[in-house]
Design a protein around this ligand. Structure first.
Ligand code: IMP
Length: 191
């Protein structure tokens, strides 16, 4: 079975291909010659993931899925949320995470979560899958692995940040991996 993953991020594609195994062949946006910017104007992860998968399905009539993720900090009313990629005004992760640290200051209320929503369109019908990783925002950065907000996110039950974990460790508890596993179980049952 072939499935389009609406991403141009080769790293994400390989990571997810390894999770789904050899029965499902993933195609990226460039594999299907989709070179345009897909609109992502929703106010929720669900809306954005849906917008991307529906764009691909409407244009190419191919089975496909899209994901959208971000960080939600409780005492910042869920920010940065859908604005995670550009919270500080640019795509620079350093200034994005610094803004979260600055806004929180010395606050003791530091609970947060990463959330991923995947929208799958299979034979024209949409299915949503969610993955959540609960944790808290550290007072300082720690670790150099991973990307985005990883250096300031300490998952519940751990005393290190995502950026201090190996990719295997992070992938065993991450929001994205949890949502992907739900998608994979669904696909296995649907075949
Ligand atoms: P995307 O929807 O997966 O591209 O994620 C949007 C933004 O959320 C990224 O640019 C990051 O800033 C943030 N983000 C999502 N997942 C992670 C993660 O696993 N670690 C750190 N930051 C993340």
């Amino acid at each position: 079975m072939q499935l389009v993953f609406a991403t141009n991020n080769q790293h994400k594609l390989e990571e997810v291909q390894a999770m789904v195994g050899t029965d499902i062949e993933l195609k990226s946006l460039s594999d299907i010659n989709c070179l345009e910017d897909i609109p992502e104007t929703g106010e929720t992860f669900e809306a954005n993931a849906s917008q991307k998968s529906q764009f691909i399905y409407n244009r190419y009539q191919l089975n496909c899925f899209a994901d959208d993720s971000g960080l939600e900090v409780d005492s910042l009313n869920g920010e940065p949320g859908v604005y995670s990629a550009r919270y500080g005004g640019t795509r620079d992760s350093e200034s994005n995470l610094q803004l979260v640290l600055d806004k929180l200051g010395d606050s003791g209320m530091r609970t947060a979560r990463f959330r991923t929503v995947i929208s799958l369109i299979l034979d024209g019908k949409e299915h949503l899958f969610e993955g959540v990783a609960e944790g808290e925002i550290t007072k300082e950065k720690a670790g150099v692995k991973g990307f985005g907000y990883d250096p300031i996110f300490q998952p519940s039950g751990y005393d290190i940040t995502f950026a201090e974990m190996t990719s295997e460790e992070k992938n065993s508890i991450s929001h994205r991996a949890k949502a992907m596993h739900k998608l994979i179980e669904f696909l296995k049952a649907a075949r």
